[in-house]
Each structure stands twice: as structure tokens, then as C-alpha cells.
Design a protein around this ligand. Structure first.
Ligand code: HEM
Length: 137
């Protein structure tokens, strides 16, 4: 089980690398005016989302569910945790939608919007790690 938990944590870190960096790229993309920078941001965002962030998400969920279903680890803390993970999945999919908007030069949000959007994963990371390590309930 410890190997599964180790892989769960490794891919969680991979997922969060994307959850933290992609909205940051959106901040600078929304500020960019020259076509060279804009095309470079499109390539970076696509590679980050499909090459790192999404595989990280899928493998975090596979190993997390393996720990839950395969080893029967459960508790109120895990139900609250999975609720927060559902918010993270919705956030991930919304980032995918924004990526497509930027790809087609249809972005309608300012860099300030993306700076605030960038904060949500930080709050969820704190809450999830406290729930799973401290297990307050
Ligand atoms: C559906 C999604 C997920 C499920 C079902 C799940 C389930 C679990 C389970 C059952 C454990 C073992 C807990 C223990 O042995 O005490 C665990 C460990 C852990 N999970 Fe998840 N998890 C999920 C997603 C996540 C996410 C998104 C994060 C990060 C934000 C995360 C962070 C962790 C950490 C840090 C541990 C290690 C805790 C420790 O060793 O004490 N998990 N997870």
C-alpha cells in the first residue's frame, strides 16, 4: 500500500505543478500584445495541460481511488477531501476551456481575473493536505 500512496503523492505534486503554473501563464498571455509571445504562450499552455497537468490528475485519482477502494481506507475526512477534489476537477476542466479560448484568441478576461483564479488551488491544497494528514474528523 505504501508504494501506491507514494505514487499518489508524486502525481498529486505533478498535478499541482500544472494547477499553479497554467493560470500564471494565462496572466501573462492576457497581458501579451505581440504575436510571437502570444504564439509561444499557446504552445506552452497546450504542452503543460496535456503533457503534465492532465496525466498528473488522472494518475492522482487512479492511485487515490486505489487506496480508498483497494485498501478500504475511509472516514469523514476522506469524504470532505473527495468533495474538494471534485472542485479541483471542475477547476481543471475550466482551465481546459480557457486554454481553448486563448488558442482561438477568444479570451475575454483580464490579467487581474487570472491572478485571482490562480489562488483557488492554493486554498484547496492546504485544506486537502490538512484533512488527509491530520484527519480532524
Ligand atoms: C479522488 C481523489 C482522491 C482519493 C480517493 C484519495 C484518497 C487517499 C487515501 C485513501 C489516502 C491514504 C490516507 C492514509 O493512509 O491515511 C491518501 C493519501 C494522501 N492523499 Fe489522497 N486522494 C485523492 C486525491 C488527492 C489529492 C487531489 C491530493 C492533494 C491535494 C491528495 C493528497 C494526499 C496526500 C498528501 C496523502 C498522504 C497522506 C499521508 O501519508 O498521511 N489526495 N489519499
Amino acid at each position: 500500500m505504501l508504494w501506491i500512496k507514494a505514487l499518489h503523492v508524486v502525481f498529486m505534486v505533478t498535478w499541482f505543478a500544472g494547477l499553479f503554473y497554467l493560470p500564471r501563464l494565462f496572466v501573462y498571455h492576457a497581458l501579451a500584445t505581440d504575436s510571437i509571445s502570444i504564439e509561444r504562450f499557446k504552445i506552452m499552455e497546450r504542452k503543460l495541460f496535456f503533457g503534465i497537468m492532465t496525466p498528473g490528475a488522472v494518475l492522482t485519482l487512479i492511485f487515490g481511488l486505489w487506496l480508498f477502494l483497494g485498501y478500504g481506507i475511509d472516514g469523514a475526512w476522506l469524504r470532505w477531501k473527495m468533495g474538494l477534489v471534485a472542485v479541483l476537477i471542475a477547476y481543471h476542466l475550466y482551465c481546459g476551456k480557457l486554454l481553448i479560448d486563448f488558442k482561438h484568441d477568444r479570451n475575454r478576461h483580464s490579467h487581474v481575473f487570472y491572478r485571482w483564479l490562480n489562488e483557488l488551488p492554493v486554498v484547496i491544497l492546504f485544506a486537502v493536505v490538512i484533512l488527509v494528514v491530520v484527519k480532524p474528523f
